[in-house]
Structures are given as structure tokens and as C-alpha cells.
Ligand binder design. Structure first.
Ligand SMILES: Cc1cc2nc3c(=O)[nH]c(=O)nc-3n(C[C@H](O)[C@H](O)[C@H](O)COP(=O)(O)OP(=O)(O)OC[C@H]3O[C@@H](n4cnc5c(N)ncnc54)[C@H](O)[C@@H]3O)c2cc1C
Length: 359
């Protein structure tokens, strides 16, 4: 059996980015992905402008522009009573785009493959044994072997669960998502709408479709669905994708020969639309660490460096994440803020911080 330098569980943005950068560094790289791509994923489909720098380093900028997309020019924050504050988004090449995850994730995984990573789709990891190397078993009883293992398998990480590292979910919420026909005159905007029962995020993903997300508590989610049916005239039998939990504590990202990236390491509040960036960037950072370990550099210092660099990408942003969480858990309070005398300048500067370029 071949021993890979690195096996990555999960081929979302974190896993694909890691695989692409590992393959670029000449490492024998394996990706094990449960789904068969292209597949959709519960997400607002919005790419924070910071993604561009990582996409450039992946050699993907032009190909991303070539995917069916919407160029987003503003965000509307809408209070429960309908009052609205609009904030402009950056313009130019480093603007905010929305792209269906079926297209974006497929492009990333194909890029990893093109650069030399071995990709196995339709392959669910179910068991792990660690002695000198990692022995990885799948639902179809296939076995793989690798020196370093990466958990890039999202918020309900199987790798973290199998290693007894998965924290309990926090205050439970649930998200629903669907692509529905784009309402007339919707424009190139993101809508973040507070509702009594939770909130809704909306963004056009192309000329014909709107990404519609609903986030609420299990007790309110069916009322949110009914609101969406009335608001967007969608049929009662609309198919929704669903995901839970929305929040949980982070998993320490660096262990002996085992590292976590993207949502598997830290789940951020979806409201600010930054998760894909953190996934891409953490995939890039971990690839450097793996290359150092495989080339025989001091393992402990490489792991410490990765922990520090991972913490750094969230530095100065976690308070925004906490603020967003407080707002969405108390939509009435958030609405009072939007209705208040001067929310414009505060929302302008908060949005500018969220969309400001990062490495
Ligand atoms: C409602 C909502 C809206 C959001 N909106 C946005 C937004 O607009 N912009 C933004 O940037 N972020 C948004 N996010 C966050 C974003 O979706 C995530 O941060 C991002 O997908 C994380 O990428 P990842 O690669 O870490 O994990 P994922 O994208 O979850 O990928 C994990 C992969 O692992 C695979 N996998 C899982 N288990 C196994 C297993 N046992 N074996 C093999 N493979 C496995 C899965 O099939 C999946 O492909 C939103 C999240 C939610 C819930």
C-alpha cells in the first residue's frame, strides 16, 4: 500500500486549497471526499474580497471570473419593521462575488487534481488508526496510509469526532438554504434581513437564481420557511438543504501529525460571510507546515508556527464574529439598532472591516 505524505479528509475549500498547495510543494497528496462533485453546500455563496489573494496564488483568478456569478455592489441590512440601511461594497477586481458552491468547489478540487493531488470522491472516512503512520478506513472498506492527516471535513468533522476532539455544539440553531428564481429587479445586492424568528440572507448567484438562506432555532425554522414561501412565492414543496449546528467551540488546530483547517477547526458566524476565506487561507498555511515536517524540519516548531499563524488569520475579527452572533440571536435588538438615529456610519465601518483585504 502506498504511503502518502499527507491525506486530507474533505475536499471543500479548505481541503482543496491545502491539497493544491501541498501538490505544488511536491508532496504526495491524497484527498478523500464523501460527496461526488459538483455538489451544493449550505452556504450564502458569497466570496469575501480577501479570497482573491489566495485564488491568485492558486492560479485561479481568471477561471473564477469565468464561472457564472454575480458581482455584488452593496449590502442591505433590513430591520424587522422593514427599515433599511445600505452599505456599499468594494468595486473593481477585488470585489465581492457570489458563485454557487457547486461551481466554485468543483473548480478548486479540479485545480488540486491538476496540480498532482490524488482525489477520491464518493469516499467517506469512517475509521482512523495512528501508529507510526495514519491508517484510514472508508465506508467501502478501502484502506489508505499517510504520514500526516488533515481534518478538512467541515463543522461536523468526522476526524475530530473519531479522535474525541469534537466539542459539543453551542446554542443550537439550524440553517436552511435553497436556490430559487431571482425576483424581478433584485439588483446586485446582498440582503441581510432580520425577522422575528431569526434572519434571512439573500444574494443573486447569476442572472436567474437567488441564494436564499434562513437561520433560526429548531422551534422557529418552520415559521421562517412559511415567511419565505409568502415573500418569494415559492412552492410549499420547495427542496431545502439544511445544516446544524451553526456554532461550536474551536478544535485545537495542531496535534502530532494531525492538523485541522477550515470549519473543522473553527466555525465562524455565517452572517459575516467569511468562512470560505478562512478555509482557503488555513489550507494554504497548513500546506507550508506539512512541507516543513516532511522535509525533516523541527516538528514542534513547525506546529507552533502553524498554531500562531492560524490564530493570526482571525485576529481582530473574532469580536465582529461575536457581535454578529449577538445580533442574529437577538433580531429585535439588532432591528432597534438599524432603526436608531445613525446606524449608517457604524455599519459602513463594520462592513469595511469585514471586506478589507487580508493576506
Ligand atoms: C447558512 C450558512 C451561510 C454561509 N454563507 C457563507 C458565505 O456567504 N460566504 C462564506 O465565505 N462562508 C459562508 N458560510 C460558511 C462556509 O460555508 C464555510 O465556512 C466553508 O464551507 C468551510 O469550508 P471547509 O472546506 O472548511 O468545509 P466544507 O465546505 O463543509 O467542506 C467539507 C467537506 O468535507 C466532506 N466530508 C465531511 N465528512 C467527511 C468524511 N467523513 N469523509 C470524507 N469527506 C467528508 C464534505 O462532503 C465536504 O465536501 C456559510 C455557512 C452557513 C451555514
Amino acid at each position: 500500500m502506498q504511503t502518502f505524505d499527507v491525506a486530507i479528509v474533505g475536499g471543500g475549500p479548505a481541503g482543496s486549497s491545502c491539497a493544491a498547495f501541498c501538490a505544488m510543494a511536491g508532496l504526495e497528496t491524497l484527498v478523500l471526499e464523501r460527496a461526488r462533485f459538483p455538489r451544493e453546500k449550505v452556504c450564502g455563496d458569497c466570496l469575501n474580497p480577501s479570497c482573491w489573494r489566495v485564488l491568485e496564488r492558486l492560479g485561479l483568478t481568471q477561471r473564477v471570473w469565468g464561472l457564472s456569478h454575480s458581482k455584488l455592489t452593496s449590502v442591505d441590512f433590513i430591520a424587522i419593521d422593514g427599515r433599511k440601511v445600505s452599505v456599499n461594497l468594494p468595486t473593481g477586481n477585488h470585489c465581492e462575488l457570489s458563485i454557487k458552491r457547486s461551481l466554485f468547489d468543483d473548480l478548486l478540487l479540479k485545480r488540486a487534481c491538476e496540480l498532482g493531488a490524488h482525489v477520491r470522491e464518493g469516499t467517506t472516512v469512517t475509521a482512523l488508526v495512528h501508529d507510526q503512520d495514519w491508517k484510514i478506513e472508508t465506508a467501502t472498506r478501502e484502506r489508505f496510509r499517510a504520514r500526516i492527516l488533515i481534518g478538512a471535513d467541515g463543522r461536523n468533522s468526522t476526524v475530530a469526532r473519531l479522535r474525541n476532539l469534537l466539542p459539543r455544539p453551542e446554542r443550537e440553531r439550524v440553517a436552511l438554504q435553497a436556490h430559487i428564481p431571482l425576483p424581478l429587479n433584485f439588483d446586485q445586492r446582498i440582503v441581510l434581513q432580520f425577522l422575528r424568528e431569526g434572519y434571512s440572507g439573500q444574494a443573486p448567484v447569476n442572472e436567474n437564481e437567488l441564494n436564499l438562506c434562513l437561520v433560526g432555532k429548531p422551534s422557529t425554522i418552520s415559521r421562517l420557511r412559511h415567511w419565505a414561501q409568502r415573500q418569494f412565492e415559492i412552492p410549499a414543496n420547495q427542496r431545502w438543504r439544511t445544516i446544524t449546528p451553526l456554532a461550536r467551540s474551536s478544535v485545537p488546530c495542531a496535534h502530532e501529525n494531525l492538523l485541522f483547517i477550515g470549519d473543522a477547526a473553527r466555525v465562524v458566524e455565517p452572517f459575516t460571510g467569511e468562512g470560505i476565506y478562512y478555509a482557503l487561507r488555513s489550507g494554504e498555511l497548513v500546506a507550508r507546515t506539512i512541507a516543513k515536517i516532511i522535509s525533516g524540519k523541527d516538528r514542534q516548531s513547525a506546529l507552533r508556527e502553524f498554531s500562531g499563524a492560524s490564530a493570526e488569520i482571525y485576529r481582530g475579527r473574532l469580536w465582529i464574529n461575536r457581535l454578529a452572533r449577538t445580533a442574529v440571536l437577538s433580531p429585535r435588538v439588532a432591528s432597534l439598532f438599524i432603526q436608531a438615529a445613525r446606524p449608517q456610519s457604524i455599519l459602513d465601518s463594520l462592513t469595511a472591516k469585514i471586506v478589507s483585504p487580508k493576506l
